[in-house]
Design a binder for this molecule. Structure first.
Ligand SMILES: [Zn+2]
Length: 516
């Protein structure tokens, strides 16, 4: 086990060093656009009563086969078997989409191959697109099956909607120095057809192994499939220098790698809204939100919109390390900052500028990826924290409330004056670059529910008045909490003089206390 952990740490470092040169998954260099002026398709309206079928084509190389005895049987389980957890995951590919769509998207994957192409696995440029490989694989497919491929046409327009490829061997973009394929997605590859001469709309390419002998989980497969549903990459590339924005919090950033891909996180409120699978409640008037359940338990999500730009808004969701979110970096309220632009979204250009992330996260600790990066701090915070679940510490301090471990100071608010502040890219109606809609008193209960105040002012966050029982500085009522004078000065220890004080617990609750 220990050896395994060391290997895992080494693997992450290799991934991190390579990802600094990340590029988007949509590789127009090997394909042509057909039927769309965008790089990503429009979201499809799924009928919960139907089952949508997708062909999966396995192919191997002249010098490399799949590592398992029966690849077709294995991948049939990985794609279709309910609760499939051979990699200690939460289920199969079809399970993931059933859960994320609340039952709207029911998928059945039909496995074909493997077919062996006349090309060596290492006969590729680093992180190759694999266009020629997929073309060869499809040309061999009619020799292996007489199946009717018209069943993959979802809407009767004469073309199949999606084809998934899985190649034997290593993922090129996770293994520096190897010459294998890089997962990617795009429109139909030129000069290819499915058996029966059938065109298809979109493909995605995935690889068998993540690193060394480690089999890839479902994470990259569902990430690439989400491109075919219309979701863009959220990691920065192009002019961006940081390789992570929301990372393990999001499948379309680094979440596809969680636990070697076996536990991809839930789709976010933004992604569910875009796909038509969720409608966040928009908050417009002062209110208190209570008992906000975790996203994975069907919890509600909330939207706070700018007064001047309807496309700029915050999305609030409660994330908890359970279910598909087991591998997320932390627990609590995530506040995403979205500056939606349909052209940027559908052309896979969401986070191409470090100065203007169109999909980012307010980090309650004030630490974004640059602060975590060992290059900037000299401290490697990237190590896994929980055995072979490979939960890293990236962005573990993003959720609200956040208690600074050194000072116990609690950040439980996002306001125009807080740090980080509730900023905007486009000036609000008052001309300022602030949202002007305070989110305060963010509280995380022991049972995982979140509560917060919306537009209820930016005072000290006092929610209750109690009489503090007498006791020494180690009194249970004072442990794990921080105290302040009524005018906001932090106390070094439990107060001894008679008077009124404010105390805040590590979970973010605060209350006025009276010491008789
Ligand atoms: Zn991608």
């Amino acid at each position: 086990m220990r050896k395994m952990l060391l290997l895992a740490a080494a693997a992450l470092f290799a991934i991190a060093s390579v990802q600094a040169q990340r590029r988007g998954c949509l590789h127009s260099s090997v394909t042509t656009r057909s039927g769309s002026s965008y790089m990503l398709p429009e979201p499809y309206k799924f009928d919960a009563q139907k089952t949508y079928r997708v062909p999966v084509v396995l192919f191997s190389f002249s010098d490399l086969d799949f590592s398992m005895d029966n690849p077709a049987a294995y991948y049939n389980r990985l794609f279709n078997e309910p609760g499939f957890n051979e990699g200690k995951g939460k289920g199969c590919v079809a399970d993931y989409f059933r859960d994320q769509s609340a039952g709207r998207l029911n998928l059945q994957f039909d496995i074909y191959g493997p077919v062996k192409i006349d090309k060596g696995a290492r006969d590729h440029a680093y992180n190759s697109d694999g266009g020629e490989d997929m073309r060869k694989a499809l040309s061999l497919l009619p020799e292996t099956t007489d199946a009717d491929f018209t069943v993959y046409d979802w809407n009767g327009d004469g073309r199949a909607n999606e084809v998934i490829f899985v190649a034997a061997g290593l993922m090129g973009n996770a293994t520096n120095g190897f010459s294998y394929l890089g997962p990617n997605s795009y429109f139909q590859i030129p000069n290819t057809k499915l058996p029966g001469g059938i065109d298809y709309y979109y493909y995605s390419l995935n690889c068998e192994r993540l690193q060394g002998d480690i089999i890839s989980g479902i994470g990259t497969i569902v990430h690439e499939f989400c491109h075919s549903l219309g979701l863009p990459d959220l990691y920065p590339f192009g002019s961006g220098t940081a390789f992570s924005t929301v990372d393990e919090w999001d499948l379309m950033d680094g979440g596809n790698m969680t636990n070697y891909g076996w536990c991809p996180p839930n789709l976010s409120a933004m992604e569910r809204m875009y796909l038509g699978w969720d409608a966040p409640e928009e908050l417009t008037a002062p209110t208190t939100v209570e008992d906000m359940k975790p996203l994975g338990e069907g919890g509600k999500t909330y939207l706070v919109r700018s007064t001047s730009n309807s496309n700029e808004y915050y999305l609030l969701e409660n994330r908890r390390q359970e279910g598909w979110d087991y591998g997320c970096p932390g627990n609590g309220l995530l506040i995403f900052h979205v500056d939606f632009d349909i052209d940027a979204w559908r052309n896979n250009q969401v986070n191409t500028s470090d100065q203007h992330y169109r999909y980012g996260l307010f980090h309650a600790s004030g630490m974004d990826f640059r602060a975590w990066c060992p290059k900037n701090t000299g401290t490697d915070y990237t190590r896994w924290t929980e055995g072979n679940w490979l939960r890293s510490r990236y962005l573990s301090t993003s959720p609200y409330p956040y208690a600074d471990p050194a000072t116990l100071a609690v950040n439980n608010r996002l306001t125009d004056e807080s740090s980080p502040a509730a900023t905007l890219f486009t000036p609000a109606a008052d001309g300022r670059l602030f949202m002007g809609k305070a989110i305060t008193n963010i509280h995380l209960s022991a049972d995982g529910a979140v509560s917060f105040d919306f537009m209820k002012g930016e005072e000290t966050g006092i929610v209750d008045i109690t009489t503090m029982p007498p006791g020494g500085s180690q009194s249970p009522v004072w442990q794990g909490i921080s105290g302040y004078t009524i005018d906001g000065r932090r106390l070094p220890s439990r107060p001894t003089a008679k008077g009124l004080y404010i105390r805040r617990s590590a979970s973010g609750g605060s209350e006025k206390c009276y010491l008789p």
